[in-house]
Write a protein that binds this ligand. Structure first.
Ligand SMILES: [Zn+2]
Length: 233
């Protein structure tokens, strides 16, 4: 029985390691959160680029209109200077004043647009560097995920092989008891004695019981948590 209990303890260690690795595998970050952030950031960038294109077109349009108004104003000023018809001079004066108001308005709008285009340029730059940073983070996360999941899957495969080899050596009835206990006791069916206490529930064990566990002549269970007790060699 002592040998069987030793094998059962080994099986418990394999099952504990398997649960630990499976949990670690599930908890790995595959980068999907960062990928989502990156997608949203790229969509924002596209929208920002469209807005910037619109502002620049608007700016060019206003600059052309300003140049046109200036040209028109100069032409009319020349006409007024050479005209001898007072009515025509007055009409030209009105028109020139009107063009001056238009030029003032356009100049003001152009200044505001220049500020807007500047702001948009720096926002675009910020957004592009944010995207580069997210791309770098995503790449790192995906690489780490690939490495860690390969390592954990390799470990799990090794544990599975060890388990297969081990269960062939354990008496079927003992194995059944083990599995029943394990499913009830949070994956821990076999508890080692640590500092004279049950590893599973930390209850101190009486001397007589410690001796029985150490001898390993028969199965000794913890009176509190009912786990199979083993003496760690
Ligand atoms: Zn216990």
């Amino acid at each position: 029985m002592k040998e069987q209990l030793g094998l059962l303890y080994q099986l418990q260690q394999i099952d504990t390691a398997t649960a630990r690795d499976s949990d670690a595998l599930k908890a790995l970050d595959d980068g999907s959160g960062t990928a989502g952030e990156l997608e949203a950031a790229r969509a924002d960038l596209e929208q920002m680029e469209a807005e910037s294109t619109r502002s620049q077109a608007d700016l060019r349009d206003k600059e052309l209109r300003l140049a046109g108004a200036e040209e028109d104003g100069a032409k009319r000023a020349k006409e007024a200077a050479t005209s001898t018809n007072p009515k025509q001079v007055e009409a030209l004066g009105k028109k020139i004043a009107e063009l001056d108001r238009l030029k003032d308005k356009l100049e003001e709008e152009i200044l505001a647009l220049l500020d807007q285009v500047d702001e948009q340029d720096s926002s675009l730059q910020e957004q592009r560097s944010r995207i580069s940073e997210l791309e770098r983070q995503l790449e790192d996360k995906q690489r780490a995920f690939a490495e860690q999941s390969a390592r954990l899957q390799g470990e799990l495969a090794d544990l599975e092989t060890q388990r297969e080899a081990l269960i062939g050596q354990i008496e079927p009835q003992l194995l059944t008891t083990y599995e029943q206990l394990r499913s009830r006791a949070g994956n821990l069916a076999v508890a080692a004695v640590v500092n004279n206490a049950c590893e599973g529930c930390h209850t101190q064990l009486p001397m007589a019981r410690l001796g029985q566990v150490r001898q390993g002549m028969f199965i000794v269970k913890c009176e509190v948590c009912h786990r199979i007790l083993v003496w760690p060699e």
